[in-house]
Design a protein around this ligand. Structure first.
Ligand SMILES: C[S@@+](CC[C@H](N)C(=O)[O-])C[C@H]1O[C@@H](n2cnc3c(N)ncnc32)[C@H](O)[C@@H]1O
Length: 262
């Protein structure tokens, strides 16, 4: 638990054992504590359900989008494969980055693309950079349809934002991680679920049934990927950690052949 005294510029952390620690509000540790409370508050209040990108609803925390922009700018993928389309906002977001860069396209996969969403995405001015594939992301036929749209030499960035259950994300990692060449990334979204297991909008099972557990299962089977948090490309402040719904989201490929069949 924490209490904030804005007048004194202090934050007090109350430990379960009755201990108290006082921190200056300007410290990275105080910022982290306030951010954790803010993330929880925003989860309960459905804060992320209040944004759009170039006309399409996008269900993401703004900082997560800024960090993705930093990664895309640095890695310069030819193709982003994203599972989980919803209203298409994140596809439009990545397409807009590619339009600014002058190269790149997005493949979006969803088990069910509502007709109104499909229509709006296909009518969007960035539609030429977006392909939609409808089907469960863990259906081998869906993964094959994705692979068929990617040339062997293309550099792929994978974003997993569909069903966030452990088994589903684990199956997605098996199918889509091989698309990423050494140096590239798989981004595993919504690892925050593990922290929100007991909350009103969470489920008790999330303590074990979450994307981070899937990543750990996957990493136990391969030495071709590592979990690796990039440094902020620009940082003149005290904060060194993301305020994110995607903790531990970065899987970087460090070995193996480029792409290929899973
Ligand atoms: C969190 S939303 C995606 C949000 C979107 N990426 C954005 O940023 O706006 C999750 C989506 O995953 C889709 N989904 C659920 N299960 C799926 C599956 N088995 N295969 C593919 N997509 C699935 C849902 O239909 C839903 O549209």
């Amino acid at each position: 638990m924490l209490t904030i005294d804005e007048t004194r510029g202090e934050l007090v952390l109350h430990g379960g054992d009755g201990t108290r620690r006082t921190l200056g509000l300007g410290t990275a540790e105080a910022f982290a504590a306030v951010s954790a409370a803010w993330l929880r508050c925003g989860w309960d209040a459905k804060y992320v359900y209040g944004f759009s990108w170039l006309g399409r609803p996008i269900i993401q925390l703004p900082e997560d989008l800024v960090r993705m922009q930093e990664l895309v700018w640095r890695v310069r993928p030819d193709v982003i494969v994203e599972t989980g389309v919803a209203h298409g906002g994140s596809l439009v977001f990545y397409a807009s980055l590619f339009a600014a860069i002058g190269a790149g396209r997005v493949i979006g996969v969803d088990v069910s693309i509502r007709p109104a969403n499909r229509e709006a995405i296909e009518a969007h001015l960035l539609a030429p950079r977006i392909a939609l594939i409808e089907g469960s992301s863990i259906d081998p036929a869906t993964a094959a349809a994705v692979r068929a749209r990617i040339a062997p030499e293309e550099r792929v960035l994978v974003v997993l934002d569909s069903d966030h259950s452990r088994s589903h994300v684990r199956a997605e990692l098996a199918l889509y991680a091989p698309l990423v060449a050494p140096g590239g990334y798989v981004i595993v979204c919504d690892g925050i679920m593990a922290d929100f297991a007991g909350t009103p909008r969470g489920k008790p099972a999330w303590g074990e049934d979450n994307p981070i557990a899937a990543v750990q299962d996957f990493l136990a089977t391969t030495d071709q990927f590592v979990e690796e948090e990039p440094e902020f490309p620009f940082n003149e402040g005290a904060v060194r950690s993301r305020v994110t719904y995607w903790p531990r989201c970065y899987l970087r490929r460090v070995g193996g052949d480029d792409g290929g069949e899973p």
